[in-house]
Design a protein around this ligand. Structure first.
Ligand code: HGY
Ligand code: MN
Ligand code: MN
Length: 412
């Protein structure tokens, strides 16, 4: 067992890599628009590959484009994976996902320059399409890796413009050279910003995620009957937009009135024919419901379906397609205890926390001992160009991630 020098990451190098990566798809308001499999994502992947290869690792790509930067171990044992994602929301921030991938890269760089070789290999993963904004569901590639989403289904998903995932992969020159999933892994670690206000409000340096909310996603197509806005009497209408508005208000109540409250959101919305003097004949919208308790999430889902049924009057029809059904999950208590020990050894403040957002770690927890570490973020703001963290917060999180990774990678 190596007695490890009290190794710390290079916080300045981590921060400058974050700022460098943020330039790719950078927006005028200081955020990032680097959606999955766009040319910007392709540019970010090329930069990440260059950095990983310069840090002495080999980079392999799986059939869904996820990137695995591997540092060999002393023995050919199942690896420790450190992952997150480089794709962003259309008006995303600089740190959602990117912090975890850059922190993993920093660990590889630090090990290379310190000449550290752990028993087990360590692989840093950039998961394709974690956000789920361009292609649904979110966490698509880690779901396929964990065997909960068939790879063909993933390759056939289409974005709002009808572009197929598999074709988008090819369009940015991705050539897989590694099978999907498959080999056993020893453990999975992820560092991510909290995307909520708790750590900052309590002045805690890191959050140890005990469990994550479940999430149900639906696409809804609401059809009514198009007709003239001026000559159609109110009592003779089947207005798809009015039905959509009633469903949106019902969802707000479903989220608010759950006990304890959950979340319910309509994020994407399209009206057809979208003409000011035509009664809308069709609305396409997305539904995102979440709750940490499986029974309450089921009850929310039940109430949602009852609402949909009740709205189908006259010529109003509502067609639902479920695009995601991730159950609430709890993380491995042994991994949490290890993180607590390492955080205490570092003398950093921490608290247990539930994840409101979904993460690739949710799927990886199904196939290996997994842990998710949160850092504070300003005002809890995320999925917003104003998302921001402090360099010392990134450093503390990355140091805990490295201690955990080195300890796990040296386990017998
Ligand atoms: O939707 C989520 O929670 C994540 O941002 N993909
Ligand atoms: Mn994320
Ligand atoms: Mn996100």
């Amino acid at each position: 067992m190596h007695l490890r020098p009290n190794l710390g990451i290079d916080g300045d190098r981590l921060w400058s890599s974050l700022m460098e990566m943020a330039k790719i798809g950078g927006t005028p308001k200081g955020g990032c628009n680097r959606q999955a499999l766009t040319p910007e994502d392709g540019e970010a992947r090329a930069l990440f590959r260059r950095w990983c290869e310069a840090a002495g690792t080999t980079v392999r790509i799986d059939p869904l484009g996820s990137m695995f930067a591997r540092r060999e171990g002393l023995e050919d044992l199942p690896p420790v994976l450190i992952g997150s994602h480089l794709d962003t929301q259309p008006t995303g921030g600089k740190f959602d996902g990117v912090l975890g991938v850059m922190a993993g890269l920093e660990i590889l760089r630090r090990m290379e320059e310190a000449g550290i070789r752990t028993r087990r290999p360590i692989e840093v993963v950039n998961w394709t399409n974690e956000e789920g904004c361009r292609f649904a569901p979110a966490m698509l590639a880690s779901a396929a890796y964990a065997g909960v989403l068939p790879v063909e289904k993933a390759l056939d998903t289409r974005d709002i413009a009808g572009i197929r995932f598999g074709d988008a992969l090819e369009s940015i020159g991705i050539v897989p050279d590694r099978p999907l999933g498959g080999d056993k892994i020893a453990a999975y670690l992820e560092l991510h910003i909290e995307q909520g206000p708790i750590l900052e409000a309590e002045g805690k340096e890191v959050g140890l995620v005990t469990s994550g909310q479940g999430l149900f996603w639906y696409d809804a197509v609401i059809t009514g009957f198009e007709s003239h806005s001026g000559s159609t009497p109110m009592h003779m209408r089947d207005d798809a937009l009015v039905a959509a508005a009633q469903l949106i208000e019902a969802l707000r109540k479903i989220g608010t009135e759950a006990n304890p409250p959950g979340t319910a959101t309509v994020g994407q919305f399209e009206v057809f024919p979208n003409s000011r003097n035509v009664i809308p004949g069709e609305v396409r919208m997305t539904i995102d419901m979440r709750h940490p308790d499986p029974a309450v999430l089921r009850a929310m889902d039940q109430r949602f379906h009852e609402t949909v049924a009740a709205l189908q009057k006259g010529r109003i029809r509502i067609e639902l397609t479920q695009v995601a059904a991730t159950q609430p999950l709890s993380f491995d208590p042994g991994m949490l205890a290890m993180l607590r020990e390492e955080a205490d050894a570092m003398g950093i403040s921490h608290r247990n926390i539930i994840s409101g957002a979904g993460h690739d770690a949710f799927h990886m927890a199904k196939i290996a001992p997994a842990a998710l570490i949160f850092t504070p973020c300003a005002g809890g703001v995320s999925h917003n160009e104003a998302e921001s963290i402090e360099p010392h917060q990134a450093e503390a999180g990355a140091n805990l991630l490295m201690r955990a990774a080195l300890r796990l990678a040296d386990m017998p």
